[in-house]
Design a protein around this ligand. Structure first.
Ligand code: COA
Length: 219
């Protein structure tokens, strides 16, 4: 398909982006992306990946780090993963302890679970299939490595708006049953994840009041 100027434009078969492995050249693009996904002052500097941790991810587990790139080269998505023991990921934990404050020094090379440390899509690109494409890349890698499960703590950004009238457990069970929609967890359920329970005080976040859903997909 071409527009009036003869420039190729996205067609049904061309989503306008691709998913690929992260490289050292992507670090600034990822930082800019994170500022669009978690804008200050609502979100603090802790929500934005620092260069030191991004470099550590590439040192500990380079194959597990993906980006989504628009046709013009802009970084519009990122997904960070590590491996771990299944039983550890299914037990109550915080994001900071589990990932060693985002450094991934807790990555277990032979771990039977792939753990979703972070996934983010540019707000202007959300709802267009990039999140699913990033999950599919991670799931394909997990299968290739012989992992048995993909497990993550998933933000519940719809919770703060209803926190005055329900507990996070009640909110999550409504979302899991499909009676309420959460901007993040409902999408992860559409991708195939099941909700296993609530992780209280998982990570500081004004939209989730710190809570997350424990989600899992068996491979
Ligand atoms: C969560 C996130 C990564 C998803 O990315 P995305 O590009 O918007 O996701 P997609 O467009 O691929 O949608 C994924 C699935 O959810 C479905 N979906 C979209 N909106 C939905 C909604 N409101 N309710 C239920 N399902 C929905 C899509 O149809 C798609 O399923 P399909 O492929 O079967 O059609 C993205 O919204 C994001 O970055 N959010 C902010 C940061 C965040 O919360 N990250 C998660 C950390 S745990």
């Amino acid at each position: 398909m071409r527009d009036a100027q003869g420039v190729p434009s996205p067609s049904h078969h061309d989503p306008g982006f691709r998913v690929r492995i992260r490289t050292l050249d992507d670090l600034e693009g990822i930082r800019d992306l994170m500022l669009r996904v978690y804008p200050p002052p609502l979100h603090g500097p802790g929500a934005i990946w620092g260069e030191r941790n991004l470099l550590r991810h590439l040192a500990y587990f380079p194959a597990g780090q993906f980006v989504g790139e628009a046709v013009d080269g802009t970084i519009i998505g990122t997904a960070t993963s590590m491996r771990c023991r299944i039983e550890d990921a299914l037990a109550p934990h915080t994001w900071s302890d589990f990932t060693a404050r985002g450094s991934l020094s807790t990555h277990v090379p032979g771990g039977e679970a792939m753990y979703g440390v972070n996934i983010a899509v540019d707000p202007a690109w959300q709802g267009q299939g990039l999140g699913r494409a990033l999950y599919e890349a991670r799931l394909a890698l997990a299968r290739q490595l012989g992992c048995k499960a993909f497990i993550a703590g998933a933000r519940i950004p719809g919770y703060a708006a209803v926190a005055h009238r329900m507990s996070p457990e009640a909110y999550l069970s409504e979302v899991a049953a499909g009676r309420m929609k959460d901007p993040t967890v409902s999408k992860q359920m559409a991708v195939g994840f099941e909700v296993k329970g609530l992780l209280r005080d998982y990570a500081p976040d004004p939209e989730t009041l710190g809570h997350a859903a424990l989600i899992a997909l068996w491979l």
